[in-house]
Design a protein around this ligand. Structure first.
Ligand code: F6R
Length: 609
């Protein structure tokens, strides 16, 4: 996720902007830049890479001036590069903009502005904003009306920091869909996408609400509604420590990221659903192409491979296309049979995992077209794949993957549903029903997160067990694989996930008095079979925790403990059932005294074999 900073006041702006940006480094980014209003006009310095690269560029001398904006960019539209780094300028260099979020109608706006003679430098959606605002200002509009007219043209989500040469005594902040705060201090005022950026200078902030605009002067702040009316706002006193604030007040990044899941689902879904249709053309998945796919091969590692297990079931069930699934480390060494017409999908949060990359290269050597589903724009896997479908989860910092997994599932569902539809395997009604249901999932995920008490209580009870088993059938089995991995990697409790019908072929020998078994129970079609398996383990003394729909018809007494999720179509259940399991794993780690963000022996990005 990108970071925005800004300063206006009595001090030199550039060193303050650099310090503010340093406070946002934990968020992950691939380029950085600042714009300072100097006596000569707006002075822009930006670069691909880390803040050190920006510092190196500034080593010859910081631009002089008392106001400025800065940005760390996590690439979305346009690869990470110097030119795509923020701030962006209008073509006369008189308006500078930093932006978080996505301007959904940027292509239409860009065409419109180009027709009026505007020349664009970057591939970003952001650049339309300074160009548009400059047009209104040049037409003689005053600052606030010009800004309101500009914002009125933007669709999508944004947090904006704006510097205007014609208005040197003020900085602009505007928020819709992406957070933004204004910090207030005696020696000047600040803007930031995140509170940690301003904490070295002040603990007094205005938290901008949806649609609000702030005109930030050196000695005061004016806040307006999206209709241009003055808003009287209370100052919020920050009581968190800097360290806690970086985690947005959460104790760990993992917990923060678990709570970001409703937003991650929404961000991944919304740009792909237009007028009741799933749109995947951005990844080259046109109707014609999807209709012709005869076989799909899904390859990934770890959590991403568990997302692929769900994807396999979804694609086969809906589109009736055979799907092969494998972990990347095995796939590449078994001389796999691949046909040039296969659609090979590699899934990777980081886009850098060595085995997944090697599988991609092997498939391309064999003439296959490779689709990458990844979270990191410009990553090696994104660059080497033929097509890319991005998961818009934002940077995932905790080693244990949570929000990336959910968005991977979502992308695979979108591919499965659209492929099924264009192949004529889904009726219009079912297609529309799936889309409607997908759109409810951010709220349903939010419901699961309403209280973490049940998961915490169970973690307290079971965190000292030696083994915990997860069982399920069909999609519940796929979700159980991920639930079990989450638990073992951060709590170090031994855990196994089983297709519940397999228990009696061996693993049931390990079930004895008091062993916890978590049964995922969302798949109506196999409910009775699962209930028989639960009875089998209960008969041997297991303590059973069921993850099930709130309104499910579980047999009386079958579960010793229940974790509820809202009802959804069984197809999408893994998106919700994994959330209580993530929380359970998180609290088991906490109760055992481990740092869930830094599990032993593990790295976030596995770039070696
Ligand atoms: C577990 C986890 C790992 C990754 C795996 C692949 O929580 O995060 O299992 O899923 O290392 O990483 P990516 O998705 O970056 O290819």
């Amino acid at each position: 996720m990108c970071g925005i900073v800004g300063y206006i006041g009595n001090e030199q702006a550039a060193p303050i902007l650099m310090e503010e940006l340093a406070r946002l480094e934990y968020r992950g980014y691939d380029s950085a830049g600042i714009a300072v209003l100097s006596e000569e006009g707006i002075c822009l310095t930006k670069t691909r890479g880390k803040l050190q690269a920006l510092r190196n560029k500034l080593a010859a001398g910081m631009p002089k001036g008392y106001s400025g904006i800065g940005h760390t960019r996590w690439a979305t539209h346009g690869a990470p590069s110097d030119v795509n780094a923020h701030p962006h300028l209008d073509q006369k260099g008189q308006v500078a903009v930093v932006h978080n979020g996505i301007i959904e109608n940027y292509q239409a706006l860009r065409k419109e502005l180009q027709a009026k003679g505007c020349v664009f430098q970057s591939q970003t959606d952001t650049e339309v904003v300074p160009q548009l605002l400059a047009q209104f200002l040049q037409a003689g509009e005053a600052l606030l009306p010009a800004l309101l007219k500009t914002l009125d043209r933007l669709r999508g989500a944004y947090a904006l920091g704006i510097l205007v040469q014609e208005a040197p005594d003020c900085l602009i902040a505007a928020r819709k869909g992406s957070p933004l705060v204004v910090g207030v201090a005696d020696t000047g005022n600040y803007i930031a996408s995140d509170i940690p950026a301003v904490l070295p200078y002040t603990r007094r902030v205005y938290l901008l609400d949806e649609g609000e605009i702030a005109l930030v002067y050196g000695d005061h702040v004016e806040i307006y509604s999206e209709w241009g009316e003055r808003v009287d706002k209370k100052i919020y006193e920050v009581t968190w420590s800097v360290d806690a604030a970086e985690r947005g007040g959460y104790d760990h990044f993992m917990l923060k990221e678990i709570f970001e899941q409703p937003k991650a689902i929404r961000d991944t879904l919304q740009p792909r659903i237009r007028q009741g249709r799933i749109r995947l053309e951005e990844a080259g998945l046109t109707e014609e192409y999807l209709a012709g796919v005869q076989r799909v091969v899904l390859i990934a590692c770890g959590t991403a491979s568990h997302a692929c297990m769900v994807g396999r079931v979804a694609i086969e069930q809906l589109a009736r296309v055979p799907v092969e699934w494998d972990v990347a480390s095995e796939f590449r060494y078994r001389n796999p049979i691949l046909y040039p017409e296969d659609l090979l999908i590699v899934v990777s949060q980081s886009g850098e995992t060595a085995d997944t990359l090697a599988a991609l290269r092997l498939a391309r050597e064999k003439g296959c077209k490779v689709l990458a589903i990844t979270n990191v724009v410009g990553s090696t896997i994104a660059r080497e794949a033929d097509r890319v479908l991005y998961t818009w989860a934002g940077p995932e910092i905790a080693v244990a993957s949570t929000k990336a997994y959910l968005t991977q599932l979502l992308c695979l569902y979108l591919v499965a549903i659209e492929m099924a539809y264009v192949k004529g395997k889904l009726s219009d009604e079912t297609y529309a029903r799936y889309i409607q249901e997908l759109e409810t999932l951010p709220d349903k995920a939010q419901t699961v997160l309403t209280s973490t008490e049940p998961e915490h209580a169970l973690a307290k009870r079971f965190c000292h067990c030696r083994d915990i088993f997860f069982i399920g059938r069909g999609l519940d089995y796929a979700a159980a694989m991920e639930a079990s991995l989450k638990l073992k990697e951060i709590s170090y409790i031994h855990s196994e996930a089983m297709a519940s019908g397999e228990l009696k072929h061996g693993t049931i020998a390990l079930i004895e008095e008091g062993v916890p078994v978590v049964a995922l129970s969302t798949q109506g079609q196999v409910a009775e079979k699962l209930h028989s398996n639960i009875r089998e383990v209960k008969a041997r003394g297991a303590v059973v925790i069921c993850i099930a729909y709130g309104d499910s018809s579980l047999e009386d007494g079958i579960a010793d403990h229940l974790l509820y999720i809202p009802r959804t179509d069984d197809l999408f259940a893994p998106l919700l059932s994994v959330i209580p399991a993530q929380l359970f794993a998180y609290y088991c780690a906490i109760e055992r005294g481990y740092d869930p963000d830094k599990p032993r022996n593990l790295a976030k990005s596995v770039t070696v074999e």
